[in-house]
Design a protein around this ligand. Structure first.
Ligand code: COD
Ligand code: ATP
Length: 200
């Protein structure tokens, strides 16, 4: 089974690329979705987060905006949060990979925003990076409700610099050229990787 890692910095088009993969019937594991479940109402990490950051939990769920405001400007707090969440995300990925390997899948995707930052490329056979010019990234992100320039810069400062990511990736897809060219690249890649091994 080939494990394709999909990554990209904030606003570079990772979720869009993952949707394209799903449309091509490639199973995708979404690390962000796991974090959402862990922090949501009744989530497995809520109690531990409440113990570490008491003012960000309301009615049994984490207020993500409040937690983001708390951790994105404070390296030690962010590391503390990551130490709670990342092992659980890793375990969920592991279960996903085992299930699909047992099913005889030929190709699966691990969609991980912080793939390089967390050394996750070691779990992947091929890594695809989505990227775009910095001005487009800023334009896309600043359009989002609740986003400010300061928040965006705070998040960007916590992510690996773009030239380093590009050097580490096996495939770099520029999402600044529009949807159709990006989809063609993704489709070509999926066809090539499916042809590599046995399975479905
Ligand atoms: C702090 C939280 C609650 C803020 O949630 P919110 O919905 O406001 O923002 P969202 O999750 O959409 O993140 C916004 C951007 O920040 C980036 N980001 C998230 N966590 C981190 C991090 N630990 N380091 C660097 N960038 C990060 C994301 O990739 C995204 O581009 C949330 O980001 C979180 O729980 N982060 C820690 C877990 C983590 O490392 N997630 C990354 C995937 S495993
Ligand atoms: N290939 C593309 N062509 C044109 N626009 C694109 C392309 N890919 C993504 N976009 C646009 O860029 C914006 C950000 O895309 P997306 O939500 O996929 O980013 P992301 O990397 O998942 O962001 P985050 O890391 O914050 O979750 C969206 O408005 C999306 O429509």
């Amino acid at each position: 089974m080939t494990v394709l890692g999909l990554t990209g910095s904030i606003g570079m088009g990772k979720s869009t690329a993952a949707r394209m993969m799903r449309r091509l019937h490639v199973p995708c594991h979404d690390a962000d979705a796991v974090v959402h479940r862990l922090l949501g109402s009744g989530g497995a990490a809520v109690a531990e987060v409440a113990a570490a950051f008491p003012d960000v939990v309301r009615d049994g769920a984490v207020d993500r905006a409040a937690l983001g405001a708390r951790v994105f400007g404070d390296g030690a707090a962010l590391r503390r949060l990551e130490a709670i969440l990342h092992p659980r995300v890793r375990a969920a990925e592991h279960r996903f990979l085992r299930r699909h390997a047992l099913n005889g899948r030929r190709l699966v995707v691990l969609d991980v925003p912080l793939l390089f930052e967390t050394g996750g490329e070691r779990r992947c056979d091929v890594v695809m990076l989505v990227t775009a010019p910095a001005f487009l990234q800023a334009q896309r992100v600043l359009e989002r409700a609740g986003m400010t320039r300061a928040r965006f810069e705070g998040i960007r400062a916590k992510q690996m610099a773009e030239p380093d990511k590009r050097r580490r990736a096996d495939i770099v897809v520029n999402t600044g050229l529009g949807m159709a060219p990006a989809y063609r690249r993704v489709r070509r890649l999926v066809r090539r990787l499916r042809a590599r091994g046995g399975g479905s």
